[in-house]
Write a protein that binds this ligand. Sequence first.
Ligand code: HEM
Length: 169
Amino acid sequence: MQDRKIELNDPVDEHRALHETESRIALAGHPLHAMLVAFPIALTMSVFGTDLLYWWTGDAFWARAAGWAAFGGFLMGVIAGITGTVELLVVRGIRNRSASWTHFILAVMLLSIMGANWAHRIGDYVAAVLPFGLILSAIAAGLTAVTGWHGGKLVFDYQIGTKMPDEKP
Ligand code: HEM
């Protein structure tokens, strides 16, 4: 009879791995994603604010500021999204929680709108604001609030991307 190697799964080990939600994409223990998301959040809100200021004052300065903020927000959003996606794919306990995938879907929708909002302004950033630039900014600001709130939920409710206390001796 042939010698067959049987691999057994240890349910205790399996269980432990499912609860492993510590951040691995981190700098000295600080999750990179959490550090980076501040930039797209602030810049996306700034695009909405500067669009409103342009609508109110008609001053082209605000339209130019909105164009740069839309570019910076999209760029930093993509970088933050890459760190979040690597975390999601690499850490088993994060990958196994449906809430992480909900956050991913929300974030990809947000990044698409942020990209469209920036691309729409290339060429003529002043004419781009009213009405479509402003509409895109309003949607992006709302979706940023939802995605950011949901990201916080991952951390505070599910302890995703946090550090577990060291075991007592
Ligand atoms: C594109 C894919 C994305 C994935 C896969 C992703 C994944 C994650 C994960 C796994 C966490 C838990 C913390 C950690 O492990 O670092 C998290 C937290 C968070 N995410 Fe994302 N994320 C993405 C994009 C975004 C974007 C674009 C935003 C900006 C609105 C965002 C906002 C947040 C916030 C605010 C937190 C909570 C950070 C904290 O309080 O420590 N995420 N995300």
